[in-house]
Design a protein around this ligand. Structure first.
Ligand SMILES: [Zn+2]
Length: 79
């Protein structure tokens, strides 16, 4: 499971418009994001391993089943 490198290049933090970098999420974060998205995935278990961290503000946007969720309200503070 990996986010396409080309896609990664065009993604940016919606607040800072700065680049984001792949980071591994802690087990707690993974569990939290998984729990949150399980309902939206209609029974399919969401795959959560990594996130995208803004180089400027440090917010982390989760990647759920290879889909980067670049929404401010879904972001959390970087570890
Ligand atoms: Zn940012």
């Amino acid at each position: 499971m990996a986010v396409d490198a080309e896609l990664l290049e065009i993604l940016a933090c919606p607040i800072c418009k700065e680049e984001v970098r792949l980071v591994d999420l802690s087990e707690d974060r993974r569990t939290g994001v998984r729990d949150k998205y399980r309902e939206k995935f209609r029974g399919e278990e969401p795959v959560v391993e990594q996130g995208l961290r803004c180089v400027k503000c440090g917010r982390v946007y989760p990647i759920v089943s290879d889909i980067p969720v670049m929404l401010v309200e879904e972001a959390f503070d970087g570890q």
